[in-house]
Design a binder for this molecule. Sequence first.
Ligand code: FAD
Ligand code: DHB
Length: 390
Amino acid sequence: MRTQVAIIGAGPAGLLLGALLHRQGIDHVIVERQTPDYVLGRIRAGVLEQVAVDLLDEAGVGERMHREGLPHDGFSLCFDDRHHRIDLHALTGQRVMVYGQTEVTRDLMDARRAAGLTTVYAAENVHPEGFGGHTPALRYALNGTPHRIEADFIVGCDGFHGVARASVPAQAIQTNEKVYPFGWLGVLADVPPVHDELIYANHPRGFALCSMRSKTRVRYYVQCSLDDHVEDWSDDRFFAELKRRLPEADATRMVEGPSIEKSIAPLRSFVAEPMRFGRLFLAGDAAHIVPPTGAKGLNLAASDVGMLSRALAEHYRGSDAGIDSYSQRALARIWKAERFSWWFTSLMHRFPEAGEFGRKMQHAELDYLVQSEAAMKAMAENYVGLRLDA
Ligand code: FAD
Ligand code: DHB
C-alpha cells in the first residue's frame, strides 16, 4: 500500500490532521492501536481556543460544535472563599468554546467515515521505519497479519506513550520534563453545573476545578495525592472534598449525582525538541505535555496539525519552506503555552514541600493578579491563546 502521509494515532491530533489534509487533496492513512470505542471512552479536555474552533471549521466539522458547544466569555478564579471573575471577552475580545474532546473526536470520526477515508483501528506493533531516508514506511499487524504502508511522510500523532518519538535515535532528540507531586481526580456526572462559568479554586486543601460539558453534564476535578486510588474515592467522598474547597454559596448550591466516569491523571510538563526527524514529524502530545490547568493540551495539538497541514500542502505545491520551519514555529508557540500552564499550575495548587512561605507568596501573587488590570489581561490573553502567537 502507498500513500502520501501516514499518520500514527487517531486522537484529536491525528484525526484533525487527516481532515485538514483531505481538504487539501492530500492522500493519507491513519493507523490507530485502539478501537474507536476505546478512543471515544477517554474523557479529557473540555475547553477550545478560537484557533482550535477555526481549524475545526476549516476541516468542515464545526457544525455540531457551534450548535451544542457553550461559548464562555469568562471564568472564575476563587481564593479566600471569594470569586474573582476573569472577563476574557472584555480583556481580549475573544471567548473560548466549552465542548468536550470526546465530541470533537466523534465529529471527526463521523466526517471521516462519511468521506470514505481509511482508518486502521486495533493495529498491533505499529512501527515507523526509514524516515531518515527517502522511502519511509509504517509497519503494523492486523489480526496477526503483517502490513506495510509506504509514504512520503510519517506523522506521529500517537500521544505521550506512542511509538513515533520512541523510534527516534536518542542522540537526535532532547527531552525536557517536570513531573508535579500531585494528580487530578476527575468526575463526570449528569447534573447541572454549580456555576454558569468554570471555577478554578485555590484552597488550603488543594486545587479544585468545576467545569462542564453541557447544561446538564459536569466535569469536576480535585487535586489529589499521587498515591490515591480511584477505588478509594466514593462519589460521596469526592463531592464532600470538592465542596470543602469552594465558597460556601457554591457548596450549598452544588447538585450531586452518580459519577459516569472517574479517573486520576498525573500532571507533567514535557517538551521534545526538535519535532522533525527527516521524513518523520511529531505533533500533539507525542511531542509535548502540559499540566491541564491552563486547558492547553488539545489546543496545542490542534495548532501543531494546523501548521503541519499547511506546510505539507506547500510541499506538494513545490516549496519546502513550511516543513523546514515547522519544528521551530511549533516549538515557539509550545514553550509559551508551557510557561503559562506551569505558571497557572504553580499559582493554584497546594505544593506539599513549599511550606508557609510558599503558601503566602502564592496568596500574594493571587491578590496582585486580581488587582492588576495588566496582569489579568496577560492571563486572559494566554488563556484564550492570543499571546501564544505573538
Ligand atoms: P492523544 O489524545 O493521546 O491521542 C493519541 C492516539 O494515538 C491515541 O488514540 C492512542 O491510542 C494512539 N496511539 C498511541 N500509541 C500508538 C501506537 N503505538 N500506534 C498507533 N496508535 C497509537 N487539553 C486542553 O486543550 N484543554 C483541556 O481542558 C484539557 N483537559 C485535560 C484534562 C485531563 C484530565 C487530561 C488527561 C488532559 C487534558 N487535556 C486538555 C489534554 C488533551 O486531552 C491532550 O493534549 C490531547 O488529547 C492530545 O491529543 P493527541 O491527539 O495529541 O494525543
Ligand atoms: C477542563 C479541563 C481543564 O484542564 C481545564 O483547564 C478546563 C476544563 C475540562 O475537562 O472540562
